[in-house]
Design a protein around this ligand. Structure first.
Ligand code: COA
Length: 159
Protein backbone atom coordinates (compact mmCIF):
# COMPACT_ATOMS: atom_id res chain seq x y z
CA UNK A 1 0.00 0.00 0.00
CA UNK A 2 2.99 2.31 -0.46
CA UNK A 3 2.93 5.60 -2.35
CA UNK A 4 -0.52 6.45 -1.12
CA UNK A 5 -1.83 9.47 0.69
CA UNK A 6 -4.24 8.51 3.45
CA UNK A 7 -6.58 10.78 5.34
CA UNK A 8 -7.42 10.14 9.00
CA UNK A 9 -10.56 12.17 9.72
CA UNK A 10 -12.19 12.84 13.06
CA UNK A 11 -13.42 15.47 15.43
CA UNK A 12 -10.40 15.01 17.72
CA UNK A 13 -12.09 16.78 20.63
CA UNK A 14 -9.55 16.07 22.04
CA UNK A 15 -7.01 13.79 20.34
CA UNK A 16 -6.30 10.78 22.60
CA UNK A 17 -3.55 8.17 22.94
CA UNK A 18 -5.89 5.84 21.04
CA UNK A 19 -5.89 8.17 18.01
CA UNK A 20 -2.08 8.46 18.25
CA UNK A 21 -1.79 4.67 18.18
CA UNK A 22 -3.79 4.58 14.93
CA UNK A 23 -1.64 7.39 13.46
CA UNK A 24 1.60 5.63 14.34
CA UNK A 25 0.46 2.34 12.84
CA UNK A 26 -0.97 3.99 9.70
CA UNK A 27 2.45 5.40 8.96
CA UNK A 28 3.73 1.85 8.49
CA UNK A 29 1.26 1.43 5.65
CA UNK A 30 1.09 4.79 3.92
CA UNK A 31 3.69 7.27 2.76
CA UNK A 32 1.77 10.31 3.84
CA UNK A 33 -0.98 10.83 6.34
CA UNK A 34 -3.21 13.87 6.53
CA UNK A 35 -5.05 14.27 9.80
CA UNK A 36 -8.27 16.00 8.88
CA UNK A 37 -10.06 17.72 11.74
CA UNK A 38 -13.78 17.99 11.10
CA UNK A 39 -15.26 21.23 12.38
CA UNK A 40 -18.34 19.13 13.28
CA UNK A 41 -20.57 21.78 14.96
CA UNK A 42 -23.26 19.10 15.46
CA UNK A 43 -21.05 17.49 18.13
CA UNK A 44 -20.73 20.88 19.90
CA UNK A 45 -16.97 20.41 20.43
CA UNK A 46 -15.39 21.62 23.66
CA UNK A 47 -12.31 22.86 21.81
CA UNK A 48 -12.44 25.27 18.88
CA UNK A 49 -11.03 24.17 15.54
CA UNK A 50 -7.96 26.34 16.18
CA UNK A 51 -7.40 24.72 19.57
CA UNK A 52 -7.82 21.24 18.09
CA UNK A 53 -5.41 22.10 15.25
CA UNK A 54 -2.87 23.29 17.81
CA UNK A 55 -3.18 20.25 20.06
CA UNK A 56 -3.04 17.74 17.19
CA UNK A 57 -0.03 19.46 15.55
CA UNK A 58 1.84 19.43 18.85
CA UNK A 59 0.93 15.77 19.49
CA UNK A 60 2.19 14.55 16.09
CA UNK A 61 5.20 16.80 15.60
CA UNK A 62 7.62 13.88 16.03
CA UNK A 63 6.20 12.04 13.02
CA UNK A 64 7.49 12.72 9.53
CA UNK A 65 5.02 12.79 6.64
CA UNK A 66 2.06 13.82 8.76
CA UNK A 67 0.16 17.03 8.10
CA UNK A 68 -2.77 18.44 10.00
CA UNK A 69 -5.63 20.31 8.36
CA UNK A 70 -9.25 21.13 9.11
CA UNK A 71 -12.27 20.78 6.84
CA UNK A 72 -15.93 21.77 6.86
CA UNK A 73 -17.21 20.02 3.72
CA UNK A 74 -18.10 16.43 2.85
CA UNK A 75 -15.22 14.14 3.67
CA UNK A 76 -15.11 12.70 0.14
CA UNK A 77 -14.91 16.21 -1.37
CA UNK A 78 -12.03 16.96 0.95
CA UNK A 79 -10.21 13.79 -0.20
CA UNK A 80 -10.75 14.69 -3.84
CA UNK A 81 -9.30 18.16 -3.21
CA UNK A 82 -6.22 16.53 -1.70
CA UNK A 83 -6.03 13.87 -4.45
CA UNK A 84 -6.26 11.19 -1.76
CA UNK A 85 -8.12 7.88 -2.09
CA UNK A 86 -7.88 6.29 1.34
CA UNK A 87 -9.76 7.05 4.54
CA UNK A 88 -8.29 5.56 7.71
CA UNK A 89 -10.62 4.84 10.62
CA UNK A 90 -9.99 3.12 13.91
CA UNK A 91 -12.33 0.38 15.12
CA UNK A 92 -12.56 0.02 18.86
CA UNK A 93 -15.47 -2.04 20.05
CA UNK A 94 -18.26 -3.87 18.28
CA UNK A 95 -20.58 -0.92 18.82
CA UNK A 96 -18.37 1.17 16.48
CA UNK A 97 -18.95 -1.30 13.68
CA UNK A 98 -22.48 -0.34 12.68
CA UNK A 99 -21.74 3.40 12.51
CA UNK A 100 -18.45 2.88 10.69
CA UNK A 101 -19.98 0.40 8.26
CA UNK A 102 -22.78 2.86 7.44
CA UNK A 103 -20.33 5.71 6.97
CA UNK A 104 -17.95 3.65 4.80
CA UNK A 105 -20.77 2.39 2.56
CA UNK A 106 -22.29 5.86 2.19
CA UNK A 107 -18.90 7.31 1.28
CA UNK A 108 -18.28 4.50 -1.20
CA UNK A 109 -21.66 5.10 -2.86
CA UNK A 110 -20.87 8.81 -3.17
CA UNK A 111 -17.27 8.28 -4.26
CA UNK A 112 -16.43 4.75 -5.52
CA UNK A 113 -12.78 5.78 -6.05
CA UNK A 114 -12.29 6.16 -2.30
CA UNK A 115 -11.62 3.20 0.02
CA UNK A 116 -12.01 3.15 3.79
CA UNK A 117 -9.33 1.15 5.63
CA UNK A 118 -10.08 0.10 9.21
CA UNK A 119 -7.43 -0.47 11.80
CA UNK A 120 -8.12 -2.28 15.05
CA UNK A 121 -7.38 -0.02 17.95
CA UNK A 122 -4.72 -1.37 20.31
CA UNK A 123 -6.45 -3.35 23.07
CA UNK A 124 -5.31 -0.90 25.73
CA UNK A 125 -7.40 1.83 24.08
CA UNK A 126 -10.46 -0.16 23.04
CA UNK A 127 -12.64 1.48 25.69
CA UNK A 128 -11.32 5.03 25.30
CA UNK A 129 -13.48 7.89 24.06
CA UNK A 130 -13.04 11.66 23.92
CA UNK A 131 -16.44 12.11 25.55
CA UNK A 132 -15.45 10.15 28.67
CA UNK A 133 -12.13 11.94 28.93
CA UNK A 134 -13.94 15.32 28.88
CA UNK A 135 -16.36 14.10 31.51
CA UNK A 136 -13.55 12.87 33.78
CA UNK A 137 -11.75 16.22 33.34
CA UNK A 138 -14.92 18.18 34.10
CA UNK A 139 -15.57 16.17 37.26
CA UNK A 140 -12.00 16.45 38.54
CA UNK A 141 -10.75 12.89 37.88
CA UNK A 142 -7.35 11.83 36.54
CA UNK A 143 -7.05 11.70 32.78
CA UNK A 144 -3.29 12.08 32.16
CA UNK A 145 -2.95 8.43 31.16
CA UNK A 146 -5.42 8.82 28.26
CA UNK A 147 -4.00 11.82 26.41
CA UNK A 148 -0.58 13.26 25.50
CA UNK A 149 0.83 15.81 28.02
CA UNK A 150 0.05 18.89 25.87
CA UNK A 151 -3.61 17.83 25.65
CA UNK A 152 -3.76 17.15 29.40
CA UNK A 153 -2.53 20.71 29.94
CA UNK A 154 -5.17 22.18 27.62
CA UNK A 155 -7.91 20.14 29.32
CA UNK A 156 -6.80 21.39 32.74
CA UNK A 157 -6.93 24.97 31.45
CA UNK A 158 -10.45 24.45 30.04
CA UNK A 159 -11.90 23.28 33.31
N1 COA B 1 -8.95 5.33 20.24
C1 COA B 1 -9.70 5.94 21.15
N2 COA B 1 -10.83 6.60 20.85
C2 COA B 1 -11.18 6.69 19.57
C3 COA B 1 -10.42 6.09 18.57
C4 COA B 1 -9.25 5.39 18.95
N3 COA B 1 -8.48 4.77 18.06
N4 COA B 1 -11.02 6.31 17.39
C5 COA B 1 -12.12 7.02 17.64
N5 COA B 1 -12.22 7.25 18.96
C6 COA B 1 -13.34 7.92 19.63
C7 COA B 1 -13.28 9.39 19.64
O1 COA B 1 -12.63 9.84 20.78
C8 COA B 1 -14.74 9.76 19.58
O2 COA B 1 -15.29 9.74 20.85
P1 COA B 1 -16.55 10.64 21.23
O3 COA B 1 -17.67 10.24 20.32
O4 COA B 1 -16.76 10.29 22.65
O5 COA B 1 -16.14 12.07 20.99
C9 COA B 1 -15.38 8.66 18.80
O6 COA B 1 -14.50 7.59 18.90
C10 COA B 1 -15.55 8.94 17.34
O7 COA B 1 -14.86 10.07 17.00
P2 COA B 1 -13.94 10.36 15.77
O8 COA B 1 -13.05 9.22 15.43
O9 COA B 1 -13.30 11.68 16.03
O10 COA B 1 -14.95 10.43 14.62
P3 COA B 1 -16.24 11.24 14.54
O11 COA B 1 -17.32 10.22 14.54
O12 COA B 1 -16.34 12.33 15.52
O13 COA B 1 -16.04 11.92 13.12
C11 COA B 1 -16.22 12.15 10.75
C12 COA B 1 -16.59 11.38 12.00
C13 COA B 1 -15.61 13.49 11.00
C14 COA B 1 -15.24 11.30 9.99
C15 COA B 1 -17.55 12.28 9.97
O14 COA B 1 -18.49 12.95 10.78
C16 COA B 1 -17.39 13.05 8.67
O15 COA B 1 -16.88 12.51 7.71
N6 COA B 1 -17.82 14.32 8.64
C17 COA B 1 -17.74 15.17 7.46
C18 COA B 1 -19.09 15.31 6.78
C19 COA B 1 -19.41 14.11 5.93
O16 COA B 1 -18.74 13.79 4.97
N7 COA B 1 -20.50 13.41 6.29
C20 COA B 1 -20.97 12.23 5.60
C21 COA B 1 -20.47 10.99 6.28
S1 COA B 1 -21.09 9.54 5.49
Amino acid sequence: MKNHIAVYPGTFDPITNGHLDIIERSLKLFDRLIIAIAENPVKKPLFTVDERMRMVKESVKKYKNVTVESFDCLLIDYLHKRKAHIIVRGLRVISDFEYEFQMALTNRKLAPDIETVFMMTAEGYAYLSSRFIKEIARLGGRFDCFVPPNVAKMLKEKF
